[in-house]
Design a protein around this ligand. Structure first.
Ligand SMILES: NC(=O)C1=CN([C@@H]2O[C@H](COP(=O)(O)OP(=O)(O)OC[C@H]3O[C@@H](n4cnc5c(N)ncnc54)[C@H](O)[C@@H]3O)[C@@H](O)[C@H]2O)C=CC1
Ligand SMILES: O=C(O)C(=O)Cc1ccc(O)cc1
Length: 362
């Protein structure tokens, strides 16, 4: 029997637990300091067993996943270094930053255990075990940061286990990881939060801001609803990288200020054209670090009841629709309905169903 211990069964730890639980010959043990959480993990059947005892969870484990906030990772490694772990045990983490936790593991002596840093690059703005799903990492990148001293055999064993997440494994050096993820994930979170807070201040004087902000504004600021503790830890841990990135960001903003002040219309066009080109060149991956919804567009004649017909059809086939929006609807031209799905297979099923009666575009 392979024993997998998960410390911190929240969104990420819970999703890992759910993807491993389906594997034959595996027992998943969850750990929390909080007895109420332990009870919740068991009641929700996310793990096979849960305990508040650190030692009991770690004892005899073949794999240990540290899935708490970034500031908890190094203290947990220190605690593990004081125990006698099973020889060959693989200790890994899921933190969104990799440099400091990897350096800490290099400094510590884990006995016969091996540390390999990890970062499943998928998630969502919701947190807690309630938000965990077995398919969270499917089709996403999962970064591993083995060091030069990591035995290949240990890496292979972790890689084999992680196949159950159906993620794509990729090796990246820890500091390099923090630079890239700082730019593509951490900076967008800061920008989303700052943008929402800027509008919230305007809204204090005039509530029309929030009334009109419903559609696109909500979409591009979804990540501003991410967990404050998790993100406090990520940003503080990646402080040096973030300060450099924010200086660059200030330069980008200043350049827009100049373009507007000087009325440089061509310059503004150039900015949009170059962003459009780079964005268009990005690989068409289904799941990136900032996940998107799966959208399809349906041409619909503008007559009453059409939305009801479509949603009933999808509902009858248990297709989960996460959002619906009318892009344009005039009497003389067909309206366009945007349907968003959180899961690819729901989108595929909707395509199959709707194509029979409607013109559908992806
Ligand atoms: N939220 C996301 O989308 C992603 C998060 N991560 C990383 O995964 C880790 C966990 O994040 P989530 O699962 O989103 O958070 P979460 O809040 O859903 O779960 C965190 C878990 O850690 C426990 N915990 C809280 N404070 C703790 C402490 N001081 N010491 C030990 N355990 C503690 C909580 O009880 C909970 O079980 C973080 O390190 C985060 O950077 C990685 C990829 C995506
Ligand atoms: O909600 C989203 O789209 C995210 O950006 C999720 C996320 C959060 C933290 C990570 O380290 C990786 C992915």
């Amino acid at each position: 029997m392979t024993k997998i211990a998960i410390f911190g069964v929240g969104l990420i730890g819970g999703s890992l637990a759910l993807s491993f639980k389906s594997k034959p010959g595996v027992t998943v043990i969850g750990h929390s300091n909080n007895p109420a959480s332990v009870e919740k993990y068991m009641k929700r059947e996310v793990v096979d067993y849960a305990t508040t005892s650190f030692d009991e969870a770690a004892e005899g484990a073949d794999f240990i996943f540290l899935c708490g906030p970034v500031s908890s990772l190094e203290p947990y490694l220190e605690k593990l270094s004081k125990l006698t772990l099973k020889p060959g045990c693989i200790v890994t983490d899921v933190g969104s930053t990799k440099a400091s936790v990897s350096a800490c593991a290099e400094r510590l002596n884990l006995g016969g255990a091996v540390f390999i840093g990890g970062h499943p690059m998928a998630g969502k703005e919701k947190s807690g075990v309630e938000a965990a799903t077995s398919h969270l990492f499917e089709n996403a990148f999962y970064v591993l940061t083995p060091s030069e001293g990591t035995p290949q055999e240990a890496y292979d064993r972790l890689a084999e286990l992680l196949e159950w997440t159906r993620a794509h494994l990729i090796k990246v050096e820890p500091k390099h990881h923090d630079e890239i993820v700082g730019a593509i994930s951490h900076l967008p979170h800061i920008i989303a939060v700052a943008l929402v807070n800027q509008v919230a201040k305007y809204n204090e004087a005039d509530e029309l801001y929030s009334d009109l902000a419903a559609g696109g504004f909500r979409d591009i600021t979804r990540i501003a609803s991410s967990d404050p503790i998790i993100w406090r830890d990520i940003l503080i841990n990646n402080k040096e990288v973030m300060l450099r990135l924010l200086q660059d960001w200030n330069r980008e903003v200043a350049s827009f200020v100049r373009l507007l002040e000087t009325g440089d219309a061509e310059g503004i066009e150039r900015e949009f054209a170059s962003a459009n080109r780079f964005r268009g060149s990005l690989p068409e991956r289904r799941k990136g670090v900032i996940h998107s919804f799966y959208d399809i567009y349906v041409d619909v004649p503008d007559h009453p009841g059409i939305i009801g017909q479509i949603t009933t059809l999808l509902g009858n086939h248990r297709v989960n629709l996460s959002n619906i929006q009318i892009i344009e609807s005039r009497e003389d031209i067909p309206g366009v309905l945007r349907l968003s799905f959180k899961e690819e297979h729901h989108m595929d099923k909707a395509l199959e169903l709707l194509k029979k009666d409607y013109a559908v575009h992806v």
